[in-house]
Design a protein around this ligand. Structure first.
Ligand code: PEP
Length: 249
């Protein structure tokens, strides 16, 4: 059985004081959660968030990282910097990074390898654009994105990564993939993992992301292939995020 994982992606929101307030509200609301709970925050919020979540079931994630250990990469953060800041998870290959910052499948793979080597759990984002779905490329594209991202990992390492299937057309748009679409495409991703890593595919947790909210989380999470959610907008309100964490309530 795969333990569900609900992760918030705060994106470029929340100053440190706002972050402290949000997690202070969140912690008591999710204390008895049956799933893993993660907040992926801007790096400037790590210290404030850590003060509040220390010793609780809420874990800290970052929104990106560089693959090199150190050096002349102005503005970037290394895996060691994240680790020492109390980070356990890191979102990699988010579609906004691919779209606005030129990240490619090849650089996502470098980040994944560096994150796993450092003992961080990557949350690897894959997903198709609207035109890809309309052209019938979804399955091929998400399979390709997934296998490139994982390339170079062992089957044991693959078991520990988290993948987020995020159709680009559903992110921040209010449009959600239907339960069946999300389940089917996540099944395709799992079969792609199986084609290279065998039964390790059964341990990989694959989230759905794209306008998941309290109103639609229950039926999405009831789908057999969906092991969690990566939540953007709805993770910025403690009450909404906690309702998603308690999706089966
Ligand atoms: C995301 O950014 O990963 C995301 C799923 O955003 P939203 O929930 O706002 O669509």
């Amino acid at each position: 059985m795969r333990k569900p994982i609900i992760a918030g992606n705060w994106k470029m929101n929340m100053t440190p004081s706002e972050a402290r307030k949000l997690v202070t509200e969140l912690v008591p609301l999710v204390r008895d959660a049956a799933c893993d709970v993660v907040v992926c925050t801007p790096a400037v919020d790590f210290a404030a968030v850590n003060e509040v979540i220390k010793g609780t079931n809420v874990k800290l994630g970052a929104e990106n990282m560089h693959w090199e250990a150190s050096g002349a990469f102005t503005g970037e953060l290394s895996a060691a910097m994240l680790k020492e800041s109390g980070v356990e998870y890191v979102i990699l290959g988010h579609s906004e990074r691919r779209q606005y910052f030129g990240e490619t499948d090849a650089t996502v793979n470098k980040r994944v390898l560096a994150a796993v080597k450092a003992g961080l759990t990557p949350i690897i984002c894959v997903g198709e654009k609207k035109e890809d779905r309309e052209a019938g490329y979804t399955n091929a594209l998400v399979s390709y994105q997934t296998l490139i991202a994982l390339s170079g990992l062992t089957a044991d390492e693959v078991k520990r990564v988290v993948i987020a299937y995020e159709p680009v057309w559903a992110i921040g748009t209010g449009l959600t993939a239907t339960d069946e679409q999300a389940n089917e495409t996540i099944g395709v991703i799992r079969e792609a993992v199986r084609s290279v890593y065998g039964d390790a595919a059964d341990d990989v947790r694959i989230q759905y992301g794209g306008s998941m909210k309290p109103a639609n989380c229950k039926s999405l999470m009831a789908q057999p292939e969906i092991d969690g959610g990566l939540i953007g907008g709805a993770s910025l309100k403690a009450e909404d995020f906690s309702k998603i964490v308690h999706f089966d309530a």
